[in-house]
Design a protein around this ligand. Sequence first.
Ligand SMILES: *[C@@H]1O[C@H](CO)[C@@H](O)[C@H](O)[C@H]1NC(C)=O
Ligand SMILES: *[C@@H]1O[C@H](CO)[C@@H](O)[C@H](O)[C@H]1NC(C)=O
Ligand SMILES: *[C@@H]1O[C@H](CO)[C@@H](O)[C@H](O)[C@H]1NC(C)=O
Ligand SMILES: *[C@@H]1O[C@H](CO)[C@@H](O)[C@H](O)[C@H]1NC(C)=O
Ligand SMILES: *[C@@H]1O[C@H](CO)[C@@H](O)[C@H](O)[C@H]1NC(C)=O
Ligand SMILES: *[C@@H]1O[C@H](CO)[C@@H](O)[C@H](O)[C@H]1NC(C)=O
Length: 927
Amino acid sequence: MKRTPFDLLVVFLAIIPLHFASSETLPSTSSTKCHEQERSALLEFKQSFFDAKSSICQSYGHQHKLESWKLADRDCCDWEGVDCDEGTGYVTGLDLSETCLSGPINSKASLFRLTHLQSLNLAWNDFNYSQIPSAIGDLVELLSLNLSSSTFEGQIPSQVLKLTNLTSLDLSHNHGLELRNPSMETLVQFLTKLEHLDLSWLNVSAPVPDAVANLSSLTSLKLCGCYLQGTFSTTIFELPRLQFLDLGKNPELSSHLPEFRLGSTIKSLSLGRTNISGNIPSSIGNLTQLTMLDFGHNKLSGEIPSSLGKLVQLSYLGLEMNLLSGEIPASLTNLTNLTFLYLNDNQLTGQIPAEITSLTRLTYLDLSFNKLTGPIPENISNLESLDFLNLESNNLNGTLRLDVILKLQHLGTLVLSSNEFSSIIEPGMNASLPNLAILGLASSNLSELPIFLSYQSMLVWLDLSQNRIYGPTPPWFLNVTMSQLFFLNLSRNSITGFTAFKWLNLVTLDLRFNDIQGLIPIPPKSIRSYLVSNNKLSGEISLEMCQLSFIRMLDLSKNKLYGVIPPCLSNLSDGLFVLSLHGNDLYGRFPQLQNDVCGLRMIDVSDNQLQGSLPRGLANCSNLEFLNIENNQIVDIFPSWMGSLSYLKVLILHSNRFHGAIGEPEAHEQFPNLQIVDLSMNNFSGSLPSEYFDMWSAMKDHNADDVDYMSFYTAFGGGTEYDYSMTIINKGILMKYERILGYLNVIDLSSNNFIGEISNSIGSLTKLHMLNLSNNALTGSIPLSLANLTRLESLDLSSNKLSGVIPLALAQLDFLAFFNVSDNHLSGPIPQVNQFHTFENDSYGGNLGLCGVPLTKKCRNLVEAPPTPPFGAFAEEIDWKIVLMGFGSGLVIGVVIGLNTTSKIERRFLRFYRGWQQRRMHQIRFV
Ligand SMILES: *[C@@H]1O[C@H](CO)[C@@H](O)[C@H](O)[C@H]1NC(C)=O
Ligand SMILES: *[C@@H]1O[C@H](CO)[C@@H](O)[C@H](O)[C@H]1NC(C)=O
Ligand SMILES: *[C@@H]1O[C@H](CO)[C@@H](O)[C@H](O)[C@H]1NC(C)=O
Ligand SMILES: *[C@@H]1O[C@H](CO)[C@@H](O)[C@H](O)[C@H]1NC(C)=O
Ligand SMILES: *[C@@H]1O[C@H](CO)[C@@H](O)[C@H](O)[C@H]1NC(C)=O
Ligand SMILES: *[C@@H]1O[C@H](CO)[C@@H](O)[C@H](O)[C@H]1NC(C)=O
């Protein structure tokens, strides 16, 4: 930390009185209990560590405790945070939690002279990644030690094992702290009197030791998020006094739930976010003392046992994110003390039990992402305490009675998106409504903006996407929650007009897939994600767009914009991540990128009339993943200068005026991450870029495939996920990929003037799904190495000058569903194995020398006799269509899922928001 002269002065002034004090004769008072050497140890400790200017102090701001420690005060036993023994006057208790202590500590610290300490609390300070000093072991009388959240790091010293009288040990929330040598096992073998042990959020990295089961006094064991491994012994549950058990957030900890015995003292059981599988045993109903049960985010399956209904003291029940199935047991409606009920993200079926409305203490009810059917219970308005109601993504049907639900005066979050409601009854004009912060009514069959919104002044997040809202937005809507709203999603409606924006804090605005006409509405300056693609916007891109200095995502694609791209737009390139201008009528040059720093990850200017060359400034976009400029009139040579863009995955130059030979790579590593390269329909000449094939290592990598779609996600502003999309030729057909699977690999060099042979090195690109070299002037034979491309689904070599035979080895390509070698100079028999004879005439035509099915020309002599299958396994017929559906390259899934792009966004944000609220409430109630 930098010290200013002023700080030094403070330190200097603070030191002087201390020296002065030792020589001064202080007034003696008969009531003094405090020992002078302990008093000076305390003052010295304050001196060394108290820092009101430290960042920890700035963030917590609790410094008053130590300010009461004054030199002039003789009796340190009166100081705040200090406890002394009545008889001996020794300091036995020291609570210095949240007192702005800052800086590295070691065994010389004066604190360790207080050898009569029985209780020491240094939590919520900042010891600047020191190790816990080994002198801690000198405080042998300690019964209670709390060093949580104080930025300790490194191995916990073995001297801690000397503190055998400890009944309470809290070392939690010191992320770099390690308990390996001594291990947790040794620790619990020595400290056998422990009643409270909290090792959450430090690094244990071991199984839960069986010896824990010998800690017969243990009432509270918290091992949350400390990298526990293996399986845990269920004898823990039999500890006679255990009340609080938290093993949550240890994803490597696996287990099944044991049978639970009657008579258990457990009140709080947190096993969320571990790796527990199997059923919830019906004996859970024996844990009758439970007030808190968290089994969320596991792999539990089977039904929710109705015996849970016996746990009448429960106030928190979390079974979210599991694989449960079956109906919500009616017995749960007996849990009248429930405040939190999370059953979301399971496979629950049946109706929401009407009696759930008797749980009048419920504040959080989350049943989202299940398969629940039927209506929302009529008496939902009995749940008067409800603050959070999420029923999103179920199959709930009937009339959505918003008039009833909005009687819940405490409701802050209401998400009912993606159900099957047939109609909506809105609250009446004079109804008294709750102040909602979050409202999700996506895919709810709305035909207009609900008028009750005009009385909502606290909304921050509003999702009305995928409805049938039509026409221009009414003037009153622009007045809604002007100051608060930061997320607005109106995508996939039929909105025609959207002109003024009054929301001064709007961060995310999604208007995609509407019928908005006229000029581009200019969003407020606060905007970060502005998505307005697939509308009917016309006119030029206004220069005002260049003023949006916070913008991170700008999608104006699929509109009727014309004119040049304003050069000033490139001023935004350092902050902008996503820029899509695809599918407009823009002409002129691609703007030169003015900035040295370019943060762009995704650029799509395809399907316009852009001219000139590619701006060399793109080479500064070192995070670029996706560049699509297809269907423009760019005149340039191959952009070998982009080879250093090490994140570039997709490069589509299709149908422009690129020309010349591609030539040799400029360095050893070029385009290392490239997965999709489409140079088709240009004027490239010379030989195929075989040296590049050697370098495109992402296409050969044997690392795990990325099964996510290629996208850009920002959690900021309510969360926006932006899927990359493209149109390429697959299996001979032009196909639109609304989403691109993260492991798709494609090379399309078709319709150029490439000459020469296809190098064998192409066989090293083993992850390729599609290879198109058609419409060139390639000569030589079909390389045998193509048989190594075991994922190949589409191979097009048509309209070249290839000669020789079709290698029989290609029949090993299990997934090959499209094969075209027509219009070449090939000869010999068509392999009569596997899928080869199922391809049509078109696959083989225009090769005078080829013979056999499906061609009419028969193979006559021995040389032309159809080869027999060399591998027995392949002789069986395979239904290629089914194989395709199952594997595919994401197309089938892509198109279908692409229609529903918002659900994941909502899920993520809600997770975040919910998690945050949940944690907060959790702390208040249970910690
Ligand atoms: C531990 O506690 C016991 C009983 O209270 C006491 O006799 C013993 O002296 C303590 N041990 C230490 C090292 O203080
Ligand atoms: C625990 O619950 C199960 C199932 O509900 C029951 O069969 C068993 O007898 C109970 N065990 C004890 C010890 O009460
Ligand atoms: C419900 O909780 C209250 C306190 O919040 C408690 O007094 C009451 O006994 C509980 N009811 C049941 C059935 O456990
Ligand atoms: C609810 O509790 C009552 C009384 O304890 C009991 O009789 C009833 O069977 C329970 N209901 C369900 C559905 O378990
Ligand atoms: C709701 O769905 C269920 C089952 O899917 C069906 O039986 C019922 O008739 C539907 N109700 C309405 C009001 O559409
Ligand atoms: C919008 O708010 C302004 C200022 O509060 C008010 O003058 C105007 O009438 C409101 N417009 C509508 C349509 O409610």
